[in-house]
Design a protein around this ligand. Structure first.
Ligand SMILES: C=C(O[C@@H]1C=C(C(=O)O)C=C[C@H]1O)C(=O)O
Length: 358
């Protein structure tokens, strides 16, 4: 259904919505060469950064409005639709002047509601499709807020792009995939088209196919992928851009799963397994409830003796022990850590609730 909406906006989404093109427009030749190579690959729109927000100054910051002329020429020569990232009202005005087909708001901009509101105001009276990338931090409310600001400005053709979140703990990827964020947005805004940007999650070309496939398995409607005719020479994000050939191979190799099956044996077997999960979840919740009963009793004892709620040595010992036990049960360290941290936070809340009367 979300794919159908994209098709209605004139953005080809069958079987997949695909946005591809260079991280940055660098020269007219580079834009045209990429566009021609992608015209055959069934992409929904040609993407190219015109204004590049870089982490530190001094690196290539985009060619500016001149690049919009190159995009228009690419559209005229190939028939591809064209889109770029906007970060401020002046960008919006320039893009509307050059009749871009699609815009997106980048992760850094989504982080700031002032910027998003200024863009929404500049877009009032138009109904150009706008995609909102997730904010840099794992904050779904900010992401939803940006979509809502655009909707409140009267825009109806809205979508989301997931590009991962920065994390000091993530070693493998440039940005942690943090799939729970787009999944939560899909749950809260089920009609919003949801695209994945594996280029920014991965940061390295070689990792992109696996993440693109994972996005398909998680019901994303499409992909936005950086493609450059000569990635090593790219002026920005050289390591994560694919050649047009690599892009086509990636798309050809994707498996597109269905959400539901008609097979009665599958339905029957899944239903039995789901009953098992329901039962285990119910036992798990009961155990957690009992754990909290014990925790509250400890809280009462501490209160009587004026002992601190937080017991750092005990907590450190618990965390280490549970991670080790989890590994024996095939549970990953980050998962057990997060689980135990959530449980500990609730334990503190329960003990403090009795203590400070919250
Ligand atoms: C339950 C206690 O209080 C806190 C909660 C803990 C827990 O949930 O396991 C551990 C240490 C304390 O920070 C305790 O002191 O043992």
């Amino acid at each position: 259904m979300r794919k159908q909406v994209l098709n209605e906006w004139g953005l080809k989404a069958d079987p997949l919505f695909l946005a591809a093109g260079p991280c940055s427009a660098e020269s007219e030749e580079q834009v045209l060469e990429t566009a021609k190579a992608l015209a055959e690959a069934g992409v929904s729109f040609l993407r190219a950064g015109i204004w590049k927000p870089r982490t530190r100054p001094g690196s290539f910051e985009g060619v500016g409005p001149e690049g919009l002329v190159w995009l228009e020429r690419a559209r005229a020569e190939t028939g591809l639709k064209i889109g770029t990232e906007v970060a401020e009202p002046a960008h919006v005005e320039a893009c509307l002047e050059h009749r871009l087909d699609v815009l997106w708001i980048g992760a850094r901009t989504t982080t700031n509601p002032f910027s998003v509101q200024a863009i929404a105001d500049a877009l009032k009276g138009t109904d150009i499709p706008v995609f909102v990338k997730n904010p840099m931090s794992a904050d779904v409310a900010l992401w939803m807020g940006a979509v809502e600001r655009l909707a409140n400005a009267g825009l109806t053709r809205l979508g989301a792009i997931h590009r991962g979140v920065s994390s000091s703990l993530e070693m493998r990827y440039r940005n942690a995939p943090a799939w729970k964020m787009p999944i939560e947005l899909m749950r809260c805004m089920p009609d919003l088209p949801m695209i994945c940007d594996p280029s920014h999650i991965c940061g390295k070309a070689g990792l992109i196919p696996a993440i693109a496939q994972e996005a398909m398995d998680l019901l994303f409607d499409g992909l936005m992928i950086e493609v450059h005719p000569n990635p090593p020479e790219a002026l920005s994000d050289a390591a994560q851009q694919l050649t047009p050939k690599q892009f086509s191979e990636l798309i050809d190799g994707l498996q597109l799963p269905h959400e539901k099956s008609e097979s009665s044996s599958f339905i029957h077997r899944m239903s039995a397994l789901r009953d098992g999960v329901d039962e285990l979840d119910s036992q798990m919740l009961e155990l957690l409830g009992r754990r909290m009963d014990v925790v509250r009793e400890m809280g009462a004892l501490k209160r009587e003796q004026n002992i601190s709620t937080l017991q750092l040595d005990r907590w450190t010992e618990i965390l280490q022990d549970r991670v080790t036990r989890g590994e024996l049960l095939n549970l990953s360290e980050p998962f057990v850590q997060q689980l135990m941290q959530s449980i500990h936070e609730e334990a503190i809340r329960q003990q403090e609730k009795d203590r400070i009367g919250l």
